[in-house]
Write a protein that binds this ligand. Structure first.
Ligand SMILES: [Zn+2]
Length: 133
């Protein structure tokens, strides 16, 4: 099942997080076209503004390899609670999402996760369709 692969991918990617300042490790896995999965972790920087989130790391890896359509995203942060994508990542997911119904899997651990749609976590999104009007 793709969910299991995505969930495991996010959990494994979290281990690579570079978070010496916040100590808050995050992992993400994104399912793109051709069932390709890309994973990412958060990467902090001494110049905090240069920090990149796990979700964007995963998405940018995919885009950089020619994949431009997101079908689902899994993210995991604090293993004791649900860590949702931040506002910037929600916007980047919206840029490449196949549609607003794609599933965002918010993972606490292998057995506990919640599934929401992009439209549920980013209602009224501003996307490329708005620029085409
Ligand atoms: Zn983010």
């Amino acid at each position: 099942m793709e969910y299991e692969k995505l969930i495991n991918g996010a959990i494994e990617a979290r281990e690579y997080a570079y978070a010496p300042y916040s100590n808050f490790k995050v992992g993400a896995a994104v399912l793109m076209e051709e069932d390709k999965i890309f994973t990412g972790c958060n990467i902090e920087n001494a110049s905090f503004g240069a920090t990149n989130c796990a979700e964007r790391t995963a998405i940018f890896k995919g885009v950089a390899e020619g994949y431009k359509t997101i079908k689902a995203v899994a993210v995991t942060g604090d293993p004791n609670s649900y860590t949702f994508p931040c506002g910037i990542c929600r916007q980047v997911i919206a840029e490449f999402a196949e549609n607003g119904d794609i599933e965002i899997i918010v993972v606490k651990n292998k057995n506990e996760y919640m599934i929401m749609t992009l439209d549920e976590i980013l209602p009224g999104s501003f996307t490329k369709k708005d620029l085409n009007n």
